[in-house]
Ligand binder design. Structure first.
Ligand SMILES: Cc1cc2nc3c(=O)[nH]c(=O)nc-3n(C[C@H](O)[C@H](O)[C@H](O)COP(=O)(O)OP(=O)(O)OC[C@H]3O[C@@H](n4cnc5c(N)ncnc54)[C@H](O)[C@@H]3O)c2cc1C
Length: 438
């Protein structure tokens, strides 16, 4: 069989992880990325055990652990100090944990790994892809690079260009809309007054939500531990957040009326001349698709299933997509051919019910934390403590947060995802220089 040549559009978590797995299996991969240099912007994120199982499978877990911050659980506090959310990974399974990680670190560990397979990888940076067409035995890509047209053909294409993708086939899209709420976020030196192994959240009704996430370090400053701070807001208020002195004071008062210890830490940060935290805004989309692939075209990561980050699953789902695609490809390779219908049948078996489960839950829960409904926070504050009293729900909650749910009653196994059997026909590696994250 001629070595299959895949195009991957987008060098985010989904695109990079898939490129590693395809290249490791001896496939040729070309990555098209619209920006000239990878300099990932964004708040730190929490990789759940499911995502870390994929990291182990890929062979980057040890590297990620060197810079990331181990997280043992999630605690969400009300103003009266009562814990509304109190989930710990050990409740889902022994030895499970999460990892708070800076986006630059995530990108760094993935591009470093990809460099090991560089003879199988072509980078096309600064390439903006605008359309794709499936033909009889190939897929055509059209786009631009420095005002010049690109027109190229590949055996198959994976669309991994994020939540705002315009490339996903329109006929597969059931929902594609933005959320009315988002978050202002910043990354600052580690918060020493809170337990550094916990993702801390703070809620008051559904209008106030704040998060402090241990974020580990970046490769360029490995000694400095960081925290990400999130403050939830309606999207219309994101641009004006903390724009002047009175806005800063008002915000700090809002926090200190409810959580004085955290407010004290935030006050030091906001007024620290050296830190001067830059607040950026994040907006979310809700994307639901009827299928993720057909023939020689597939959609993975946020492009396939963007959702609010309330459950902290986006990057994990992107990593699970990468893992499932490479497993499905191996299953579909028969008699020197790839049977694309078998590939997508297998992929949908692996990913459809899990994705549906998390998207349903995210759409159900997000308004309980981010909405103007007067009743939403009340319902949440009544039901959650009751659920945590029941061991079955406590465990289910922890498994859900771990990213290991395959559906309401099914669960994936960490070990099964993490396992990697080295096949003989895999390629010999070759170290060439590749784009590195700034
Ligand atoms: C505030 C916030 C907090 C979050 N917290 C968490 C968390 O705690 N845990 C978690 O798991 N997830 C979290 N997420 C979600 C997570 O960040 C995303 O789900 C994940 O990054 C998606 O990866 P991706 O590769 O699909 O897309 P992206 O990372 O968006 O990558 C897409 C890439 O495609 C490129 N591209 C776009 N269009 C084109 C084009 N036309 N041609 C070529 N290239 C193109 C882009 O430049 C980009 O590099 C959070 C998200 C937000 C906003």
């Amino acid at each position: 069989m001629k070595t299959p040549h895949f195009a991957i559009i987008g060098a985010g978590t989904a695109g990079l992880a898939t490129a590693i797995l395809l290249a490791r299996e001896g496939n040729q991969v070309t990555i098209f990325e619209q920006v000239d240099e990878l300099s990932p912007v964004g708040a730190g994120l929490l990789l759940q055990p499911a995502g870390l199982a994929v990291f182990e499978h890929i062979g980057v877990l040890d590297q990620a652990l060197k810079l990331g911050a181990k997280v043992t659980g999630l605690e969400g506090q009300l103003p009266n100090k009562r814990l509304l959310v109190n989930s710990h990974y050990h409740q889902a399974g022994n030895n499970l944990y999460g990892l708070g990680i800076h986006r630059a670190t995530l990108c760094h560990v993935l591009t470093e790994k990809l460099a090991e397979y560089s003879s199988h990888v072509t980078w096309e940076m600064g390439h903006n892809i605008v359309s794709i067409e499936e033909r009889h035995n190939e897929v055509r890509i059209l786009g631009s690079f420095k005002q010049q047209k690109i027109d190229d053909c590949f055996d198959a294409i994976l669309i991994a260009n994020g939540a705002r993708s315009q490339l996903r086939p329109k006929a597969w899209v059931k929902i594609d809309k933005s959320y009315p709420w988002g978050a202002a976020w910043t990354i600052v030196p580690e918060c020493l007054s809170l337990n550094p192994e916990i993702l801390h959240q703070f809620y008051d009704r559904s209008k106030i939500m704040m998060g402090v996430l241990p974020t580990g370090a970046v490769p360029t400053a490995p000694q400095q531990q960081l925290s990400s701070v999130f403050w939830s807001l309606p999207t219309s208020q994101l641009q004006s957040f903390l724009k002047d002195e009175s806005a800063k004071q008002q915000w700090l008062k809002q926090v200190s009326d409810r959580w004085p210890d955290v407010a004290e830490w935030l006050k030091q940060i906001v007024y620290d001349e050296q830190i001067q935290p830059e607040w950026l805004s994040a907006q979310y989309r809700d994307v639901v698709m009827s299928q993720f692939g057909q023939g020689r075209i597939g959609v993975i990561g946020d492009a396939a299933h963007a959702m609010s980050p309330q459950l902290g699953q986006g990057a994990n789902m992107a990593l699970l997509d990468a893992w499932a695609f490479s497993q499905s490809l191996q299953t579909a390779k028969k008699n020197q051919q790839i049977d694309w219908s078998i590939l997508w049948q297998h992929y949908h078996q692996q990913r459809r019910s899990s994705t549906q489960f998390y998207q349903f839950l995210s759409r159900l829960l997000t308004p309980l934390y981010q909405s103007d409904h007067w009743w939403a926070g009340g319902i949440r504050d009544l039901t959650f403590p009751w659920m945590y009293q029941i061991p079955y729900f406590r465990k289910e909650m922890a498994i859900t947060i771990s990213g290991l749910k395959k559906g309401p009653l099914q669960q994936m196994s960490y070990q099964q995802i993490a396992e990697y059997q080295h096949h003989e026909n895999r390629l010999i590696t070759n170290n060439q220089s590749l784009p590195e994250c700034e």
